[in-house]
Design a protein around this ligand. Structure first.
Ligand code: IMP
Length: 432
């Protein structure tokens, strides 16, 4: 009964698609368990390239059932924009299932996301502006709308009314915006009801039954460990549980049914939005990583902040998620460097930290302690086994494995789907 979780081990955009591709046709279900359309992955179908923000990556693999779990917040108009774009390109999304307990990103959540960021001024989070935070805030405040509510119109209208009562005061009196009516929200949401009906179901039951039958369920985390609302660089985080524990709460599958947890980590570090990032580079090396690594956001187009590999973060991700494996991506981006700095610890006012400082101010003040590893100049994109890599690249990977406290089971050596070295089976069962 393999239940496999994939999570980002840094600040997102580590290239989760690579690991998903390695697991390929052995997966029966792909579950998105957190976040919403703040994520983004570029997908190539034939000669066309386009971005998916909300749908789980499994939507493109014939035979896979893609699932949007209860931990996700769904912008229904984005959902159908993506579904229709796929249909136009000949992809059949009819197997998609959505949890009846997944929350809806109501139109007012988007408005609130943007006005709140403006109001925060220099304390802003740098959100994607998709209404993610306000939708989760409503969920926790018990003012949220859930997918299942769409099928009881009176209940839906009552919930919208309850939610708007407070928000209209805020919008009108604090943010100087116009009030929103129950009808405009209800009309927008209800137009999708008939199309949604066949997809909305008890996905926890479906997934547990699949595991009972011995099928493979892949839980795909959105965002990443350092953006997790509990374990990330709070308050500069997203509003959901992006770590492995979120796979259980966000899907209704218990932790004892999860066999392996794969962390995806880039051979260097990137971050979008605000918040501390100890290894961030402000010089031409940062530009080098951004240009060679094409580090521009899929969702917002923003240039990502770039820096060297941070092993303190990787060790932390290994611990918080209980990682069984790491997939190291984009190793090829480092080709051509004479030596490669790797952050092994932090210095905070003369004190060495081997572990992530829990104090927000200390983390913000942390400067990296680097070790310098020799680089390589050979093109590594053709390597398909570890031994194909130049010795210094092998040494770099082995050094990362050691200081990150987790085995590296696959290594990305180029953007293509097959440009990867697989060291260990990623579908192994715990203890095997
Ligand atoms: P929100 O998720 O839109 O509320 O944004 C909160 C923070 O998470 C911001 O710094 C975003 O840039 C960041 N973020 C959200 N989704 C992603 C992602 O998929 N990749 C990287 N950063 C993300």
């Amino acid at each position: 009964m393999p239940g496999v979780v994939i999570v980002g081990a840094q600040w997102g955009d580590e290239g989760k698609g690579k690991a998903t591709d390695v697991l390929g046709s052995r997966v029966d279900y792909v579950v998105k368990f957190n976040g919403g359309n703040n994520a983004g992955h570029t997908v190539v179908i034939g000669d066309q390239k386009f971005a998916l923000h909300l749908l789980p990556s499994g939507i493109l693999t014939p035979g896979v059932t893609p699932v949007i779990g209860n931990g996700v917040v769904v912008d229904i108009s984005v959902l159908f924009t993506e579904i229709d774009a796929l249909i136009e390109r000949g992809v059949d999304p009819s197997k998609l299932l959505i949890s009846n307990a997944a929350h809806i990103i109501a139109p007012y959540a988007r408005t609130l996301d943007n006005v709140t960021e403006r109001f925060l001024g220099k304390r802003k989070i740098g959100t994607t502006g998709r209404g993610i935070g306000p939708a989760y805030a409503d969920k926790i405040n018990r003012l949220g709308l859930r997918m299942g509510d769409l099928f009881d119109e009176q209940l839906l209208r009552d919930k919208i009314e309850g939610s708007l009562e407070q928000k209209n005061h805020l919008l009108v009196k604090v943010y100087n915006r116009r009030a929103i009516t129950v009808d405009e929200v209800a009309d927008e949401l209800l137009q999708y009801r008939d199309r949604l009906e066949p997809m909305v179901t008890d996905t926890s039951l479906v997934l547990n039954q699949a595991l009972d039958r011995g099928e493979t369920v892949l839980f795909e985390g959105g965002q990443a460990t350092m953006l997790d609302v509990d374990h990330g660089t709070y308050p500069f985080v997203t509003s959901s549980s992006a770590t492995a524990g979120g796979a259980s709460t966000g899907s209704g599958v218990g932790p004892t049914r999860i066999d392996s947890v794969i962390g995806i980590v880039k051979a260097y570090t990137t971050r979008v939005g605000e918040g501390p990032m100890p290894t961030e580079l402000f010089d031409e090396m940062g530009d080098f990583l951004a240009e060679v690594g094409h580090e521009y956001g899929t969702t917002t187009g923003r240039r990502r902040r770039c820096g060297w590999y941070d092993a303190v973060i990787a060790r932390y991700a290994a611990r918080i998620n209980g990682l069984t494996d790491l997939v190291l991506t984009k190793l090829d981006v480092l080709t051509g460097l004479e030596q490669i700095p790797v952050c092994v610890a932090y210095d905070v006012d003369g004190v060495r930290y081997e572990e992530l400082p829990q104090d927000q101010a200390a983390f913000a003040a942390a400067t990296p302690v680097y070790e310098y590893l020799p680089g390589w100049t050979e093109d590594i994109s053709g390597a398909r086994s570890f031994e194909d890599l130049p010795q210094t690249a092998q040494d770099y990977v082995m050094a990362l494995e050691k200081i990150s406290n987790c085995r590296i089971s696959a290594i990305g050596v180029g953007p293509g789907r097959d440009e990867i070295i697989v060291n260990h089976d990623l579908l192994h069962v715990r203890g095997a």
